[in-house]
Design a protein around this ligand. Structure first.
Ligand code: ADP
Ligand code: ZN
Ligand code: ZN
Length: 661
């Protein structure tokens, strides 16, 4: 069983991405040190300095290229690494390593060997011994489908509300596949890869699991590969792959950002087809494309409407914040949410708060002349990170100091808008002085194990309020949480993107699913200025089907997926006029190519992208819409090699785009 979180083309072609069933016999995989053995010590190097700018880096290292490489490598491991890993594993000599220390950039110390980051000490809840009737029905269907030979098993879509026991079904299905001498591949979105998830699989499959994820260092990744390979004397032949599971199949992170941009779903479908494996897509809120495919009979549909345990789905309410005299929307907590949190703090129960915007404030503006702090490379406002006292661009690496006064007119009255998690954390700590508050977002989970550490504290009930970005919405099973609050549901809804409603519904359903997973009932409060919007409205009743029906209908007239296949073609370059010209030229070229080829594809645009400047490059785009993939594919391949875009401009082709920003 191989557990991947970012699915890249490399992994896809690597034949060792499988475990032979021999590997599942006890002792077959023994490379990992298990919990409970005596702690082993080793020497580690820890960085003691930060070199945030390239300039400082050039200055610090000069011609010492290997030292810089080592420094950056250790940085990539979140600041520390075992010496043995650096020298024998990666070939950095001791003199390079000592050089770092001698420059005062690092220290060398003795440390207990870090175990597998996904190892949890305490026993996880044992898998249920019996399935509910619903689960049995679904599992039976999937096992039937798995054993189909001619034609192939094909694709299954499992839609099950949060907590309906999908994971339990995946595990039973995989057991069935293994019993038949086959292997399995499970994909979870990067952010859903928690120690909890892995522990649940380990509880069933023991060491027959290899975990791969993009946070692994090269060495660890090699270890994982080796474990896979050594476990089975022979490479597991590909035809033995029995099941591929894509959990949370709707998740945007399955689309890789490197070009060529593939969707894991498409790759997995291809692989399943060629190897005669069953592909199972699971989600509480399937992507509309998958849902549509199931309705049209291309995927086999399985549904679970109820939670597997006695716990009911939580009661969801919207807090309509329009026309409130007493509280402005800038007040982070409405009266309702405030009271609900206060009660939880008093009763010693836990609260989860979602705000999908990190930093302290996302807009910094001069009230005298209107100046706004903008990234010099991207046309987006800079976010103020107050604790670090920096203005940061969330799209590129740019950061700068916080000005004391307006750089345009020198006025000192700067206003801050767009409240982010850092500010909410501060407000919470002032409002609930007795509560312990933890924040989980990209700024607090930079360290490799930070995510797990915060989670640990929440599970141990050391935390009263966990605040975070969408990171907290996925996959966490936190039995102590009885209240989920969404501070501003409109953050994602107002994005100029055709998936804005879908993403919002998914996020809200997911975060709502975090409430009431323990013995106490859950409550969800969602603050919004758009309570009538279908994405919010249908969240109230956990009604995916109605939302999907309405949203698919809404996408019909503009011709968006699932009605049409899309490709987003982005032309970028350093010179604004050349980019606009190149985009116009490309659109003309596409039109005539389409006409010559007699293809049924239409071109919409060109127009500047919603983010019209990114990392120093101006951006224009056009959308290609096609009835079917069979017309779009050849056109895109032809465009990739023959398009007139060249010179200083670059063309990026994004097929089945996840976002049009
Ligand atoms: P999902 O993946 O759909 O969110 P899980 O598989 O995580 O759901 O199951 C949710 C919870 O319900 C877990 O704590 C799981 O152990 C429990 N559960 C699942 N199936 C059963 C069952 N048949 N009997 C009792 N508890 C179950
Ligand atoms: Zn000004
Ligand atoms: Zn930027």
């Amino acid at each position: 069983l191989l557990h991947l979180c970012r699915w890249t083309a490399d992994y896809y072609v690597a034949p060792i991405g499988l475990v032979h069933r021999a590997a599942l016999q006890p002792g077959a995989l023994s490379s990992r040190s298990r919990a409970g053995t005596n702690p082993k010590k080793h020497q580690v190097i820890r960085l003691t300095a930060e070199l945030p700018t390239l300039l400082e880096r050039d200055r610090a290292f000069g011609p010492a290229r290997r030292q810089r490489e080592a420094f950056e490598f250790i940085e990539g491991l979140c600041g520390s690494a075992a010496l043995s890993h650096l020298d024998t594993g990666l070939g950095f000599s001791r003199s390079v390593i000592h050089g770092l220390r001698d420059r005062g950039l690092a220290e060398i110390a003795e440390e207990i060997v870090e175990r597998d980051p996904f190892e949890i000490d305490d026993p996880v809840e044992a898998p249920p011994t019996s399935l509910t009737q619903d689960q049995q029905r679904v599992l039976g269907g999937l096992i039937d489908q798995l054993t189909k030979v001619n034609p192939n098993p094909g694709i299954a879509l499992l839609r099950g509300v949060t907590g309906s026991g999908k994971t339990v079904i995946y595990m039973r299905l995989i057991q069935a596949a293994i019993a038949a001498g086959r292997t399995a591949l499970v994909l979870v979105p990067e952010i859903g890869l928690t120690p909890q998830t892995v522990a649940r699989f380990r509880a069933v499959f023991g060491d027959g699991i290899a975990v791969l994820h993009s946070g692994l260092s090269t060495g660890e990744r090699h270890d994982a590969w080796r474990a896979l390979r050594d476990g089975s004397a022979v490479f597991a032949p590909l035809p033995e792959l029995g099941v591929i599971v894509i959990d949370e199949e709707h998740d945007g992170s399955y689309k890789q950002s490197e070009t060529p941009r593939y969707h894991a779903r498409a790759l997995a479908a291809m692989r399943a087809r060629t190897e005669g494996a069953l592909l199972v897509l699971g989600s509480a809120t399937p992507s509309l494309e998958s849902w549509h495919n199931a309705l049209e009979g291309r995927y086999q549909l399985y549904e679970l409407e109820n939670r597997a345990t006695r716990h009911q789905l939580p009661v969801v309410s919207l807090v309509d914040r329009r026309n409130r005299k007493a509280e402005s929307f800038a007040t982070v907590l409405s009266e309702e949410l405030h009271e609900a949190i206060e009660a939880r703090v008093r009763e010693g129960r836990q609260t989860l708060l979602l705000l999908n915007r990190r930093g302290y404030a996302t807009v910094q503006q001069c009230t005298a002349c209107g100046w706004v702090a903008i990234c010099p490379a991207c046309n987006v406002s800079l976010t103020w990170h107050r604790r670090r006292a920096r203005l940061v661009c969330h799209h590129c690496a740019w950061e700068e100091g916080v000005p004391r006064c307006c750089p345009e007119c020198a006025d000192e009255d700067l206003s801050f808008g767009g409240i982010g998690t850092e500010q909410v954390e501060r407000i919470l700590s002032e409002t609930y002085p007795t509560a312990t508050i933890a924040r989980m977002d990209m700024d607090t989970t930079g360290g490799k194990w930070a995510h797990g550490r915060i989670l640990r504290r929440v599970l141990d009930r050391e935390v009263d309020i966990l605040l975070g970005t969408q990171m907290i919405a996925k996959g966490l099973d936190l039995p102590g949480v009885t209240l989920v609050g969404v501070i501003d549901a409109d953050v994602g809804l107002n994005l100029p993107d055709f998936r804005a409603a879908e993403r919002t519904f998914q996020l809200l359903s997911q975060v709502a699913g975090r409430a009431g997973r323990g013995t106490d009932a859950g409550e969800v409060l969602i603050q919004t200025l758009r309570p009538k919007h279908p994405a919010l409205h249908h969240t109230l009743t956990h009604d995916y089907v109605s939302f999907a029906t309405a949203e698919i209908e809404d996408r019909s007239a503009p011709g968006y997926p699932p009605h049409r296949r899309l490709a987003n073609l982005v032309v970028s370059g350093r010179d604004e006029t050349s980019v606009a010209d190149a985009a116009e030229g490309l659109a003309d070229w596409l039109e005539s190519t389409i006409e010559t080829g007699g293809l049924s594809v239409s071109v919409v645009g060109p127009a500047p992208c919603p983010i019209d400047r990114l990392r120093g490059r101006w951006r224009w785009h056009m959308l290609l819409k096609a009835e079917s993939a069979s017309d779009l594919g050849p056109l895109l391949r032809y465009a990739a090699s023959h398009s007139p875009v060249g010179g200083s401009c670059r063309l990026e082709i994004d097929r089945d785009p996840e976002s049009l920003l």
